[in-house]
Design a protein around this ligand. Sequence first.
Ligand code: SF4
Length: 324
Amino acid sequence: MINFEYSRTSSVKAALDVLAKNPGASFIAGGTNLVDLMKKGVATPQRLVDINNLPLKQISIDAKGLTIGALALNSDVAENEKVKKNYPLLVQAINAGASAQLRNMATIGGNIMQRTRCTYFYDTTLPCNKRKPGSGCGALKGYNRMHAIFGASDKCIAVQPSDMSVALAALDATVMVSSSKGERKIPFTDFHRLPGDIPEKDNNLQPGELITAIHVPVNSFNKNHYLKIRDRASYAFALVSVAVALKVNGNIIQSARLAMGGVAHKPWRLKQAEEMLTGSAIHDLSFAKLTDNIMQDAKTYEHNAFKIKLGKAAIAEAINKALQ
Ligand code: SF4
């Protein structure tokens, strides 16, 4: 049992003021991850600031693209007809995440802030540098079937669990944040970070900042697919996932976006593969060359070497499904 204070705010400024005065405070919205973390003693905020009443629930599309308020529900975004029509990759990725009940509670801002599902992180009796810096990484020599194959460090090999984030990375989204210093925009691919020597830090949000919205630019991708490979058909985190967005004209791929999930501490954008695909004829694709190239930098651990073969097959299948 941990004691904490609870308060509600109804404006962004008031929320930021509370955070500035209470550095040990956490924002709470849907609470679908934070409450679990608190129950297990992994997160111990001194104060919860309930931000559900902030005016950040908009879902709007204009000539520049899609803007989603940080407090829009995952399910509201996935069921929005304009989002379905213009951003099918994003909708597929949201619907691949969690369960319908959780998508009805979880917010877009919370989705990208959710923490790794590494089991060592959630068990306070085990070492974990992310939960308790300096205590060691239980997964490194432990059971690491779900863990990273790209960008890990000897301090942490966890993966980022959000499906939606993989699509947002592929679609060149931007995270809009506010603080007492003003507003700033973070390219989505720079929002999450690699563990390096400070694995306790999941992302590049600065102290005192609040996510207000996510912007997804207008695009002309006419072939999209999000493929998630997991141990059971629903409510499981990705072993690997692949987000594909292609602009195909006739037989030619004119532009491509590819990102993987379940393989790194952040959504893993595949820029070199995108370049290889751009200009290719769709009946002439060499998946072996493409996927060998993608996986050449992979580093595996005792239990997750299967992710290389699985990842290669998933990339090929996701592209083929997008092209159907
Ligand atoms: Fe902790 Fe990261 Fe190691 Fe998991 S992989 S035990 S989250 S340090």
